[in-house]
Structure formats: C-alpha cells, structure tokens
Design a protein around this ligand. Structure first.
Ligand code: PMP
Length: 409
C-alpha cells in the first residue's frame, strides 16, 4: 500500500515537471565542477549555482586548516556540545563572532549549530513559546517556516517587505512577547529585507527581530559581516542567525544575540542539546575562513562580486530588451543571487538543460520553492568567476533566448 501511495504521489510530481535530481560531483575547484551525468559520463561544468559566494571552499588555506584541525582534534566530535563535543575551537569561533557583532548587538554572545537549518529551528522553537506571537515574512526560508510550525507560539504571516501590514499586525497584537522573523537576503530573489524599518517597528512595539543572514554573511558590508553591517544596525533587539556553509566556505551556523537570549538557547534549544557538535576540525578551519573574510582576500573578492553583478545585470537587461515577447524578468537584486524569472516549470527546466549541455550549470527553481508561474533560473555569482565566465553565460542565454523567441513567434 505504502509503495503504491508513494508512486502515485511521485507521478503527480513528475506530471507537473517538479521532479528533482541528485547529481554526483567528482571533484571541485570553484567555480568549476566535474559532474557525472545520468549517462555516467563525467563532464566539467561552469557553475552558477553555488552559495560559496567568496570561493573560499576551495581556498588552499582552508584545506590546510582542515587537515591541521583533524590532526589536533581527530574526526567527529563524538558527543553533543554539553556532554563533551564542545572544544577550544568551537569556543574561539563563538568568541570571534560575538566580538564581530558587538558593535551591532550590545552584550553580544554567540552559540554554534551544525547547520543554518538547525539554527533557525532552534531559535524559532526555543523562543516561540505559548506567550509569544511570531510575525513571519511571507518569503522566509523553509527552515524558518518549519520552526514556526514546530513552535508553540501564535504565528502571523506578513506580506513580502510589507512594513505597513506588519505595523498594523503589531499594533493589534495582544501577545506578551513579539518576535519578527525575516530572511535578510531572500534566497530565491536576492533582494534585501527592509531591515532598518523592521527594526524600527521592533523598537516601537517592544518586539524582537530575528534576522536570517544566510546569504549576507561574508558578502555584504565592507568587512563582510553581512546585513547588520550593510545597514549599520545597532540594537539589543537583534537576534542574528548566520550559516557558515555558504560564503564562509565550510559548514555550521551561529546565533548571535544578547547574552541572556543565547544562555536560554543553550539551556532550552533541543537541537543544540540533543545533537552531536560539529567536527572541531571544521571549527578550527572556520578561524582561517574568518581571517580571509575580513582580510584583503575578502575585500578583493567582495569587490569582484560587485563588478560581476553589474556585468551580468547589464548583459541580461540588454537581452530582455531584445526579447520582450518572452516575458522574462530579472529580479531586482543587489546581491550575488541574480534570478532570471522565466515563468513555466517545463520552460525553465528546458532552459537549464540546454545550458547544461553547453557546460553551464544554472539550476531551475520551481514551485513550491517559488510562487506558481514564477519558475526561474537562480544564477549565483562567485567571486572566483572571471568576466569571461560571465560572458560565456550571457552568450549561452542570448542564443537560448533567440531560439525560444522564434518558437514563441
Ligand atoms: N536560511 C536561508 C535563507 C538559506 O538559504 C539556507 C540554506 N539554503 C539556510 C537558512 C540553511 O542553512 P544551512 O544550509 O547551513 O542549513
């Protein structure tokens, strides 16, 4: 019965062109990857799909630091942090992050998690108790949404970047504790949340603001500290979540907040208490990653990202002007996430498949990850792309658009 039941559901997924596929990479030197296709043949692909925005995952100093960390600490951490999994390396990572964000969050303290998904679940479920109302942005990441589903709090959604609606909802709320929850950079759109306005509302209505800066950390701000630095925010009401698997080039995640909030997470967040601590070698290597992020490497790579973004946007805008009939749209993004909204599921998958045949990996993103009718190519830039790499993508998109425009005619 179960297998029949699941096969029916799998067929329905396929009928909507929503089937997802796992690829196997054989090696990597960002932004190129050797990937084995369904035919078993390995080919090199130029990737516009990684969240390794600074290209640090392949940095030789990171590889060396990982090896050194493994020699010092061994492999796995062997237990949850409160038993014996927490090491000097974990503590140094947390302390560095607390210091980095002290100018933004007075009395800042940091706590680590194995993934951003876990950190988001932890914060939202631990803080979202029965006396709390959570105000959740419509385009929040799945992990924040799952957190709100598990939390005991009342959950109220507000429209994307709809500060006016949020104000009305906050004004009407009777809850003792109010938490506003928002991505800082929306992962499928690349736009920034209006964080200064959200924080102003938090101050006005005695609420707290949980910011998921998965895609801003390392990328935004002169020192790469992310959205809080970009907007120059400062408040005790800020609860920052960041992941270390994207621009930091490794794995793991953190929450930085007022020390009392963090102490409560340590005592109460079930996925901190009941899950094995991240391997110490990764934590050891994160210290090198932090050096790279705030040093000359980070500065140069962030500058290159901005140049590549401008080049890509200019090229796509020219292409869209040549083919208005296609109805494609370039999202209004000022980050390395540059989505090209194509529309239909089948159409976007055809386009992605065509690019892949030409050696370019740009994933098609379909509902439910994005709204129906807004399937898109999620182009992500990496600081180690060259201008020639971006030209190659633009040329491939131009020839695909010309062919699709002819068919549409
Ligand atoms: N938040 C956002 C906005 C994300 O895009 C992601 C990852 N896709 C996460 C959280 C989860 O982070 P991690 O990959 O470290 O679990």
């Amino acid at each position: 019965m179960l297998l029949e039941h699941l096969n029916t559901k799998l067929k329905a997924i396929e009928a909507q062109s929503l089937t997802r596929f796992l690829r196997q990479a054989e090696s990597r030197t960002a932004p190129r990857q050797i990937v084995r296709g369904a035919d078993g043949i390995a080919r090199e692909l130029l990737m516009f799909c990684s969240n390794d925005y600074l290209g640090l995952a392949a940095h030789p100093r990171i590889a060396e630091a990982l090896a050194e960390g493994a020699r010092i600490y061994g492999g796995g951490s062997g237990a949850s942090p409160l038993i014996s999994g927490h090491t000097v390396a974990h503590e140094r990572v947390a302390q560095t992050l607390a210091d980095w964000f002290a100018p933004h969050i007075p009395q800042a303290r940091a706590i680590g998690f194995c993934t951003g998904y876990m950190a988001n679940l932890a914060v939202v479920t631990a803080l979202g108790d029965e006396q709390t109302e959570i105000f959740s942005e419509a385009l929040n990441h799945a992990s924040l949404i799952d957190g709100t589903r598990l939390a005991k709090a009342k959950v109220t959604r507000f429209g994307h970047a709809d500060v006016g609606q949020l104000r009305t909802l906050l004004a009407a709320s009777q809850a003792k504790i109010k938490l506003i929850v928002s991505d800082a950079v929306f992962s499928m759109d690349g736009d920034l949340a209006p964080l200064p306005q959200l924080l102003a509302l938090a101050e006005e209505f005695d609420a707290w603001l949980i910011v998921d800066d998965a895609h801003g950390f390392g990328v935004l701000g002169a020192k790469g500290r992310g959205s809080l630095e970009h907007f120059d925010l400062k408040s005790q009401r800020l609860i920052l979540v960041g992941t270390l698997g994207k621009a930091a080039g490794l794995a793991g995640a953190f929450v930085v907040a007022h020390e009392t909030v963090v102490e409560y997470l340590l005592q109460a967040a079930r996925n901190f208490i009941f899950s094995t601590a991240s391997p110490a070698a990764i934590e050891h290597a994160l210290l090198t990653s932090f050096d790279l992020i705030e040093g000359e490497t980070g500065v140069q790579r962030r500058e290159n990202l901005v140049r590549l973004q401008a080049q890509l946007r200019k090229g796509i805008e020219a292409l869209l002007a040549r083919h208005p009939r296609l109805g494609w749209k370039l999202a209004a993004s000022e980050t390395p996430v540059q989505p090209l909204i194509v529309g239909g599921n089948a159409e976007v998958m055809q386009l992605a498949a065509r690019l892949e045949r030409e050696g370019l990996r740009v994933p098609g993103i379909r509902p439910p990850t994005v709204p129906k009718g807004e399937a898109r190519l999620r182009i992500t830039l990496c600081a180690t792309h060259s201008a020639a790499d971006v030209e190659q993508l633009l040329a491939a998109l131009a020839s695909a658009a010309a062919d699709m425009d002819r068919v549409a005619a």
